[in-house]
Design a protein around this ligand. Structure first.
Ligand SMILES: [Zn+2]
Length: 410
């Protein structure tokens, strides 16, 4: 079914992101000029339903989530070291990585996500086991969810001897991005940590995505280090800093100065608008020319119990926590979960223009802003021209043989 050639089809009266109503013509899995369709092409009248680009999830951890497994009550921890210990313990007792990653891929796809960047833990005790397990989970999802893997040193690089070589090996085996983690706070030697990360990237010509939770000035210092190395290595556009919480901590003047440095160096910022933590001011950074995008990050794992892999829900969360009220700002939140995230992955033929892959979402909302403010449950993914069936609700199945009106009193 995945690669089957779909019959030419015209979607009439689609409400587009810019508020106009238009027609989308699809043939051979791509958008074509409506006039080029044969007169007998299939026609679907969308009657003003909203059409959005498909979602792109650019920060997820497919190896960490308990989606597909049983609920694990959250365990409190006093330190990062303790958190990592709890995580190791919980994951050792969980279903295999491949099974859980598969379940999370299925859940993300059911919400309309078609591409993602997944961090995968690489450390001295795991070796490349999680990488191999996640790659096995992704295999059957090829052409439905394209996954770019980050070799992520969750236990540090210097703090977990042997990890530097493992990062090299992970890239050789198919990871497309080398990760990093709190260069000064975790490994205690920012330059030594970044030497390894940028060294691996340079040797293999791959991208970089560094988790940076370091607060305040400490974090700002890391951002500047990363920007300087990005410029020195001519890696503009290829380096992401995930979280960059420090940009939510420091004074506006300092944010502005650092934003200019990041924009100049072409360093991109990922945020998931974390629950109880200051995070980067999106509009200030965008105004300075910094690219930002969205990701869900942890989803129902040892770090926190929240999350469902819905990028439209994440866009809502980002708007909610950023104080986004205007239609323009709400649309920014959507862009971070669609076009801006797609650009980070370098997805070709992503979008709704003629010649792009005919992959999009049809949903029931008055406009783009309304879809972000209150993500509609009713939505359908069309992928390369094929309408992806939605799964039947458990409650629909349960009640299908019963008269649901019986005994109802209004
Ligand atoms: Zn993360």
């Amino acid at each position: 079914m995945r690669n089957a050639v779909q019959a030419p089809r015209l979607y009439r009266n689609a409400l587009m992101k810019d508020g106009r109503t238009g027609n989308l013509a699809v043939s051979d899995g791509q958008f074509v000029e409506p006039a080029s369709l044969a007169a007998n092409a299939d026609v679907i009248d969308l009657a003003g339903l909203l059409v959005l680009p498909a979602f792109v999830e650019d920060h997820i951890h497919l190896d960490k989530s308990f989606v597909g497994d049983s609920w694990r009550p959250h365990c409190l921890a006093d330190s990062l070291g303790e958190r990592l210990g709890i995580e190791k313990q919980l994951l050792a007792a969980a279903l295999p990585v491949t099974d859980r990653a598969h379940a999370l891929l299925a859940q993300a796809h059911s919400f309309g996500t078609v591409a993602m960047r997944s961090h995968v833990d690489i450390d001295a005790s795991l070796g490349l086991a999680n990488l191999h397990a996640v790659m096995a989970a992704c295999e059957p999802w090829q052409n439905r969810v394209d996954v770019e893997i980050v070799a992520f040193p969750q236990a540090g690089i210097l703090a977990s001897p042997g990890t530097a070589d493992l990062l090299d090996a992970a890239i050789r085996e198919g990871a497309g991005v080398v990760g990093g983690l709190d260069p000064s706070a975790f490994d205690g030697d920012a330059d030594a940590h970044l030497d390894v990360v940028f060294g691996v990237a340079e040797r293999h010509g791959v991208k970089i995505d560094i988790h940076l939770h370091e607060p305040g000035w400490q974090g700002i210092e890391q951002l500047r280090r990363i920007a300087a190395r990005t410029t020195a290595g001519a890696m503009q556009g290829k380096v992401v800093v995930s979280h960059a919480y420090a940009l939510g901590d420091v004074e506006p003047d300092e944010v502005a100065r650092t934003a200019d440095i990041l924009a100049e160096a072409g360093v991109t910022i990922m945020t998931n608008a974390p629950g109880n933590r200051a995070f980067p001011p999106i509009n200030v950074l965008r105004g300075a020319g910094v690219r930002l995008f969205a990701g869900n990050d942890n989803i129902r794992d040892a770090w926190w119990p929240y999350g469902d892999a819905d990028m439209l829900g994440r866009a809502m969360m980002i708007g909610y926590r950023s104080g986004f009220f205007t239609d323009g700002d709400l649309t920014t939140a959507l862009d971070m979960a669609t076009t801006d995230a797609a650009a980070v992955l370098g997805l070709e033929r992503y979008g709704l223009a003629i010649g792009d892959e005919a992959t999009f979402i049809i949903t029931d909302a008055e406009n783009t802003a309304a879809a972000v403010a209150a993500p509609p449950r009713d939505r359908r993914l069309v992928q390369r021209g094929a309408i992806v069936p939605s799964s039947t609700s458990l409650l629909d199945t349960l009640f299908s043989r019963h008269d649901t009106q019986q005994g109802y009193r209004s």
